[in-house]
Design a protein around this ligand. Structure first.
Ligand SMILES: [Zn+2]
Length: 501
């Protein structure tokens, strides 16, 4: 991005593309990188009041470099501002510098901050030890976390993405997507109780919350201005306290990416929620393209063959009734289904078995990945209407949507013809084994104890919201699973890459 904006980037004295903060080169180490500590030689900068670049200033600084009387003067001006010249994109009046060039959340947090934090915890960050803090994890703990990573893949739906490899032994297989899933799904569970002091875990969870907030499908302006801004500034301050420790020798713990977190609220206000322009979707599609062609000499023939194979694959799925398409509204009478599902919300054995049959016969009608979950007993999230006045017989019925989790056992097609009714379509019901979710959870996700189920229920399939992952969370005692539902923007990214399953 720095090249696109004609800027010097992290090696410049003025490394930030959004503000005019001055970087500091490490006295030891001999590299050209300029770091951005929070505090240096008694001159702290205020994270709430950064000196931001404006479009007019940016263009004026760029023109000043272009019009310099000599090469030496141009270099001096470029060093002062971090701008090498006028970018060609400046000729587009629709673009504003630097407001049109927001930071990419995936590379900023997943590929940089998280990678660095992992290196700190493993003790591999640029040859630094933990200093006066105790954030490093013991090797056996890292090994255990790695094994749990691999095991969690058994209970994570394939729709979430590729399995996350063992982070202790196979970190070289990690992609940006793996880091993203690891951060939001596995780490909040697997890191709990691992550090010698819980403050490091709490600090990490704050980052996960910031990350999830940035991925929200909608954000209130006031929330970004006030809460998100403060949360990020506090997180960066705590980071400097735990990892930088205000020591000259630890200057390399302050790369530009930590400082860039402070600009997230500006990016959101300038460009909207960060999932609108993050690279997660692009990388998914690029991954598909890369896998589609192994031949450098004949790439287009490879692409054509890949598309041909995908089309054949889809045709086979349709012919064998395993096609996973989108829901077809109107195929099943939803309201009527709800009514009957309420009537039959009891043990499955009470259904008149002569009138129902297992659903896989009609998979071609499509309920997406839910149909593929049958048989694997995946966990699903339900959002049924619950009568909150059920225990008060004198009060009228008042429905409220509530979240509930359970194992999907079967999808059932219920055929019934009621007298004096035009509705004679089959109903789509789901057989669910609900899990008991305690109100309090030690993790940021709901949990349940394996084997603790409520009686099987038959519910309207329309109540099923999505698949959820189960992350093994116990280290002693009975087996406990944390239930993870992907945040809105990550779930919405599923359809970004062509279906290659
Ligand atoms: Zn900045």
């Amino acid at each position: 991005m720095a090249k696109l904006m004609c800027m010097k980037g992290p090696n410049g004295l003025c490394p930030c593309r959004t503000c005019k903060i001055i970087g500091i080169r490490a006295r030891e180490g001999g590299n050209n990188t300029h770091y951005v500590p929070y505090f240096w030689d008694s001159e702290p900068y205020n994270p709430f009041n950064l000196l931001l670049r404006t479009h007019d200033e940016f263009i004026a600084d760029a023109l000043a470099v272009e019009s310099a009387p000599s090469k030496a003067e141009a270099e001096r001006r470029a060093k002062e501002t971090g701008i090498n010249g006028l970018p060609i994109l400046a000729s587009l009046s629709s673009l504003k510098f630097p407001h049109s060039f927001g930071h990419d959340l995936m590379h900023l947090i997943s590929e940089n901050v998280i990678k660095n934090l992992l290196s700190f915890w493993i003790g591999e960050y640029k040859g630094l030890d933990a200093g006066v803090e105790e954030y490093e994890l013991a090797p056996e703990v890292v090994e255990e976390i790695g094994k749990e990573c691999a095991v969690a893949g058994d209970t994570t739906p394939a729709a979430f993405g590729a399995r996350i490899p063992n982070i202790a032994t196979k970190r070289h297989y990690f992609t940006a997507k793996s880091y993203t899933l690891w951060t939001t799904m596995l780490a909040p569970v697997l890191l709990r109780g691992r550090f010698s002091h819980p403050k490091y875990y709490r600090h990490f969870l704050k980052l996960v919350n910031i990350f999830n907030d940035c991925l929200s499908m909608s954000l209130e302006r006031d929330y970004v201005d006030r809460d998100l801004c403060r949360q990020i500034a506090v997180w960066v301050q705590e980071y400097k306290m735990y990892y930088y420790q205000y020591e000259d020798a630890r200057l390399s713990t302050c790369p530009l990416t930590i400082h860039a977190l402070l600009h997230i609220p500006d990016d959101i206000l300038n460009g909207g929620p960060m999932w609108c322009y993050w690279n997660y979707v692009t990388e998914c599609y690029v991954g598909f393209l890369v896998r589609s062609s192994k031949s450098r000499r004949n790439p287009y023939a490879s692409f054509a063959r890949r598309l041909h194979e995908l089309t054949q694959n889809t045709a086979i799925k349709i012919l064998t009734f395993v096609f996973c398409g989108h829901e077809q509204p109107g195929l099943y009478p939803t309201l009527f289904g709800k009514l009957l599902a309420n009537i039959y919300r009891t043990r499955i054995t009470s259904l008149p078995t002569s009138q129902w049959q297992q659903f896989p016969r009609r998979l071609s009608t499509g309920v997406g990945s839910l149909s593929s979950a049958v048989g694997t007993r995946c966990a699903v999230l339900r959002s049924p209407d619950v009568d909150i006045n059920a225990h008060h017989s004198r009060q009228p019925r008042k429905d409220e949507r509530q979240a509930a989790y359970g194992q999907l056992l079967e999808l059932l097609e219920f055929i019934v013809v009621l007298p004096e009714s035009d509705i004679n379509k089959p109903l789509l019901l789901a057989s669910i084994r609900p899990v008991k979710v305690p109100k309090r959870s030690p993790y940021p996700f709901p949990v349940y104890q394996d084997g603790k189920f409520n009686p099987i229920e038959v519910v309207d399939a329309d109540d099923l919201s999505c698949l959820v992952a189960r992350i093994p969370a116990n280290r002693a005692g009975p087996r406990v699973y944390a239930l993870y539902e992907r945040p809105g923007a990550m779930g919405a990214s599923v359809g970004a890459a062509p279906n290659t399953e």
